[in-house]
Ligand binder design. Structure first.
Ligand code: MG
Length: 249
């Protein structure tokens, strides 16, 4: 069942979302070559808790940290560790969630560590734009798969692989609510979008094949061909005036 949020609930989600966006900004400012992903996790957790929010990923289905930190060919769900060092030239996907007053915000960004290749920068830019192409379809009266289709077409037209094994989701008082939002599919399918639906749209776009595999820790997900992967996500609300990003500064 897809829940419809009242304007007041959307305001509460915007407050949770702002903390997530601020945490992303803080990590982007903090990142230096040679840092471990555990240091970034600690900065994020400290900031989220300083805002009286709770890092929602911590212990979610047993996940052992407050953020996901995924370097280069790691698509999603990288576990922060003191032994995982971010080097100059790496790209780092950070996924962050926070709960405030019972409502969730969830957003992901891929950022550069120092100077990166033009190819990596283009992947980051194109993945971000694929999110905006999807979000543009999140209007009242459209169908859910119109979002999925827009993401897929934008990414595949540029030669990328669109990850199929993970998808976006509804969000509210739970981090993962109905519906699931694949980043691929034919347009015109699924439920009609209504004002008050809150959705986490999150393209995961690979430089090569769309195929991924999960490593032995049961979390870390890498591209099958070892090429770079990128992730961009915001929590949005569908409104009568169009889609609104809730994980914004
Ligand atoms: Mg998400």
């Amino acid at each position: 069942m897809i829940t419809i949020k009242s304007p007041h609930e959307i305001d509460l989600m915007r407050e949770a979302g702002r903390i997530v966006a601020e945490t992303h900004q803080l990590l982007e400012e903090s990142l230096r070559p040679g840092m471990s992903t555990l240091e970034l996790n600690e900065i994020a957790e400290r900031y989220i808790r300083s805002k009286n929010a709770i890092p929602s990923f911590l212990n979610y289905c047993g996940f052992p940290a407050s953020i996901c930190a995924s370097i280069n060919e790691v698509v999603v769900h990288g576990i922060p560790s003191k032994d995982v060092i971010v080097h100059e030239g790496d790209i780092l996907s950070l996924d962050i969630g926070a709960i405030l007053n019972g409502y969730h915000g969830d957003a992901a960004r891929t950022i550069a560590c120092g100077k990166i290749s033009d190819e990596a920068q283009k992947l980051i830019d194109d993945t971000k734009q694929s999110f905006y192409e999807g979000m543009a379809q999140a209007v009242v009266g459209n169908r859910l798969s119109d979002i999925s289709h827009a993401v897929q077409v934008y990414a595949e037209d540029r030669g990328y692989g669109v990850v199929r094994d993970f998808c976006g989701h509804g969000i509210g008082t739970k981090m993962h609510e109905d519906p699931q939002i694949p980043n691929y599919g034919k347009p015109g399918h699924g439920p009609r979008l209504k004002a008050g639906m809150c959705l986490a749209i999150e393209p995961m776009i690979n430089l090569g094949t769309y195929e991924v595999e999960v490593l032995e820790d049961n979390w870390t997900t890498v591209t099958l061909d070892g090429k770079l992967a990128c992730h961009y996500e915001n929590t949005i609300a569908v409104t009568e005036d169009g889609p609104v990003i809730l994980t914004a500064l």
